[in-house]
Design a protein around this ligand. Structure first.
Ligand code: FES
Ligand SMILES: [Fe+2]
Length: 370
């Protein structure tokens, strides 16, 4: 930050890599979808318990700032976008201070020329953003005063169309960690999601055997045939497909279903809001299979139902969590949950020690019945 600027942000600098609430920092989180943010628009979000305004200039560029005017603490998201000397600025609704998309104050309407206030001395925190494939990611550094571009690349999900086919969203009443663990849990499907058109209870439990490999800041289940009971896949693709499932810190899980002609990618993004509130956003893209469009009216409510079922289980889990912290972790179904915790530790250690992340996971085949 240039000399003489005052960054007014009461967020305390925490240990590199993690907050006291256990959320990973120096990380990219989904802020909103592109569709939610029109040119000239401002959106209020809470991410990692920090108020953030995500905005878009009339020219189409997305940006993010701390959503608190440093003067009297009114959310800037309640104001509006205005041009100041040909530059896009956010105007606070209370006394009209205007801030550039870099967070630096450009204009204080009440100040007379002889009064000793230089607008550019005041600055709100700016968060780097990255917009791609219809999603806007926000980078949350551990240090509120950090400026410049992040040294951590934004998540990359490979070749995808610009616009998702559909997006669903739920806020779980869970800490990010419990939400991640719940969504990756391989053994709950037969019990929580046992509707007849997906996997009727009559199917019974089957032996699952999946080869896992380390991948970036996470792991992947190596390319495999989806379970034969997934009637929906067969119906929709009309032929043999392979699937790949990938998890990556801080909270991305995506599943690719494809054959020679079609590719379907479903991404689940987790963003911490408060200590016991986590936003789950599921984004689906596909290409190369026009027939899949016909399945959207089936897909979308099904995905919604799945997510709601997971949210309901989280609510039940909270009943127990009121009285007890300790849980049991067993092999092999809870191995991924253990990996998640190990990876978080390594992320924190690597950021604290200022070295590169080293994935501690070894390739292994996990076996369970589900
Ligand atoms: S509160 Fe924002 S300008 Fe006064
Ligand atoms: Fe689930």
């Amino acid at each position: 930050m240039p000399d003489g600027q005052t960054l007014i942000d009461k967020t305390v600098e925490t240990q590199p890599g993690i907050t006291s609430e256990g959320w990973l920092t120096d990380s990219w989180y989904l802020g909103c979808t592109s569709k939610e943010l029109k040119p000239g628009g401002l959106l209020h979000r809470i991410m990692l318990d920090q108020p953030i305004v995500i905005g878009r200039t009339e020219a189409g560029e997305a940006f993010a700032l701390r959503d608190i005017c440093p003067h009297r603490l009114v959310p800037l998201s309640a104001g509006k976008m205005l041009d100041t000397d040909g530059e896009p600025t956010v105007e606070c609704p209370y006394h009209g201070w205007r801030f550039g998309t870099d967070g630096v104050c450009r204009h204080m309407p009440s100040v007379l020329e002889e009064q000793p206030y230089e607008a550019s001395r005041f600055k709100v925190r700016r968060y780097p953003v990255h917009e791609k494939n219809g999603m806007i990611f926000v980078f949350i550094a551990h240090d509120p005063k950090v400026s410049g571009e992040p040294d951590v690349p934004p998540p990359d999900f490979g070749e995808l169309p610009d616009k998702p086919k559909f997006v669903i969203q739920e806020d779980f009443n869970a800490h990010m960690d419990d939400a991640v663990v719940g969504l990756m849990d391989p053994a709950h499907v037969a019990f929580v999601h046992s509707q007849w058109w997906w996997r009727p209870p009559s199917v019974g439990l089957k032996l699952k055997e999946k080869p896992f490999v380390p991948r970036d800041r996470g792991w992947a289940i190596d390319r495999h045939q989806p379970s034969s009971n997934s009637l929906a896949y067969k119906a929709v693709f009309g032929g043999k497909v392979t699937t790949e499932i990938i998890f990556q810190l801080p909270g991305y899980r995506w599943e690719i279903v494809e054959n020679e002609t079609a590719r379907l990618l479903t991404l689940t993004c987790l963003t911490p809001i408060y200590k016991k509130k986590t936003r789950i956003t599921q984004v689906t893209w596909f290409f190369g299979a026009p027939l899949l469009n016909l399945a959207i009216p089936i897909f979308k409510p099904a995905a919604r139902k799945f997510l709601r079922q997971d949210g309901d289980i989280v609510d039940l889990q909270n009943e127990g969590m009121k009285y007890q912290k300790a849980m049991i972790w067993i092999d092999d179904i809870d191995v991924q949950a253990k990996w998640y915790r190990t990876l978080k530790k390594e992320w924190t250690a690597s950021r604290t020690e200022g070295r590169s992340f080293e994935n501690p996971i070894e390739p292994v085949t996990l076996r369970w019945r589900s």
